[in-house]
Design a protein around this ligand. Structure first.
Ligand code: SF4
Ligand code: SF4
Length: 312
C-alpha cells in the first residue's frame, strides 16, 4: 500500500483543524502551498528493508512518544483561554524565552507566517509565529550512518514536541491562545519560516544553517494571538547562499546523489534541494552526511563569514 501517496494529511486526531472551534478563525494554506511530507510514512514507504527490520524497530519508543506529543499539540487547542489578549509585555516575553531555553531550546525567532508555507489544505490558528530551533549533538550525528545518529534525530523530534507543548501551556496560563506545531507532524514548512524569523539561512542541503549549530538542529513553531512580538525585519545570514554555491561539500558527500546541485523552484517560491525518494533509503539507515559534513557543523560561523568576505 502506497501510504505516503494515499495519506496526504495526518489522521484527524493529529490534525489541529479537527480541534478548532467555531469561534476560531484559522489562517488557511495559500494558493501555492506545497503538500506536507509525513516523514514516518515516507520512511515506511521508501526506507530500506534492512532499516525497517532493524533500525526502525529500535526507534519505536521515540516514534511513539513523538506521536503522543503530536496528539497533545492538536488536542491542546481546546484549552485556549479565549481572553482576547493580544499584547505580550517584555517581562512575559523574556520569561517565555528563559523557560524555552530551560527546556532545551537553542534559539528563538519571530515572524509572520506566509500562507504559502502552510501545508496544502492545512490551517493554523494565527499567523504570528514563534520559531524554535533545538540542537542535535554533533558528535553523535558524526557517527552516521548509525543507530545512534538516528536516535539523536528522533530524540530531538521528541524533545521539541515536549518543549513546544510545555511552552504553549506556559503561554495559555498567561492568557494567550496558541497552537503548538511540533517538529514532526507540524503544519507548516518550518525551514523557510525560520529563515524569515532570522534564525539562519537555508543551505544547499535544504536545512536551515544556524549561527550556533550550523544545520545540526531541528525546528518547531508556536502560532499565537499576540501580534506585538519582535518580528524579524531582515535576514542577516543571506551571504550563506553565495557561500554554498562554491562549497558543494554536502552534494559530494551524499551517498545517494539526493542533493540537487541547482535547487528546483516551487510555486510557493521556495526551493527544493533534496530528492526525498533518493534520500529516504540512506536516511532510514541513519545517514546524515549532509549535516555532519557541512562546513558550518564543524566550523565557527563568524570565522567562515570572515574568510568568505576576505575571499571576494
Ligand atoms: S540524509 Fe544522506 S542521503 Fe539524505 S540528503 Fe542527506 S546525505 Fe543525502
Ligand atoms: S556543505 Fe557547503 S554547500 Fe552544503 S549546505 Fe553546508 S555550506 Fe552549503
Amino acid at each position: 500500500m502506497k501510504l505516503y501517496k494515499i495519506m496526504k494529511k495526518p489522521p484527524f486526531f493529529l490534525s489541529a483543524s479537527h480541534w478548532m472551534t467555531k469561534e476560531d478563525h484559522p489562517v488557511k494554506s495559500g494558493p501555492n502551498s506545497r503538500q506536507a511530507v509525513i516523514i514516518p510514512l515516507l520512511l515506511i514507504q521508501y526506507g530500506s528493508m534492512k532499516a525497517k527490520a532493524k533500525t526502525m524497530t529500535k526507534l519505536k519508543n521515540h516514534f511513539i512518544s513523538s506521536l503522543k506529543e503530536m496528539v497533545v499539540s492538536a488536542k491542546s487547542l481546546k484549552y485556549n483561554p479565549h481572553t482576547g489578549k493580544q499584547t505580550m509585555d517584555e517581562i512575559t516575553l523574556k520569561d517565555m524565552e528563559n523557560y524555552a531555553h530551560e527546556l532545551g531550546i537553542s534559539s528563538i525567532g519571530y515572524t509572520k507566517v506566509n500562507p504559502n508555507y502552510i501545508f496544502k489544505d492545512f490551517e493554523i490558528l494565527y499567523d504570528n509565529a514563534i520559531m524554535f530551533t533545538m540542537e542535535m549533538k554533533k558528535e553523535v550525528i558524526a557517527t552516521n550512518p548509525s543507530l545512534e545518529s538516528s536516535k539523536e534525530i528522533f530524540r530531538t523530534y521528541e524533545s521539541l514536541g515536549i518543549a513546544v507543548n510545555k511552552i504553549a501551556d506556559f503561554l495559555r496560563d498567561r492568557g494567550f491562545d496558541c497552537h503548538p506545531s511540533p517538529a514532526i507532524g507540524g503544519d507548516i514548512n518550518t525551514v523557510p519560516t525560520a529563515q524569515e524569523a532570522n534564525l539562519g539561512y537555508i543551505g544547499k542541503n535544504g536545512i536551515l544553517i544556524t549561527p550556533d549549530f550550523g544545520p545540526c538542529v531541528r525546528l518547531a513553531a508556536i502560532f499565537i494571538d499576540a501580534d506585538n512580538l519582535p518580528f524579524a525585519v531582515k535576514n542577516e545570514h543571506t551571504w550563506i547562499k553565495e557561500f554554498c554555491k562554491t562549497c558543494n561539500r554536502c552534494v559530494k558527500s551524499c551517498p545517494s546523489g539526493a542533493i540537487y546541485k541547482e535547487p528546483k523552484v516551487l510555486n510557493d517560491e521556495t526551493y527544493v534541494y533534496i530528492d526525498l525518494h533518493k534520500c529516504a533509503p540512506p536516511f532510514s539507515e541513519g545517514c546524515s552526511k549532509c549535516i555532519s559534513n557541512c562546513v558550518f557543523t564543524g566550523g565557527n560561523y563568524n570565522k567562515i563569514k570572515k574568510y568568505h568576505f576576505l575571499g571576494e
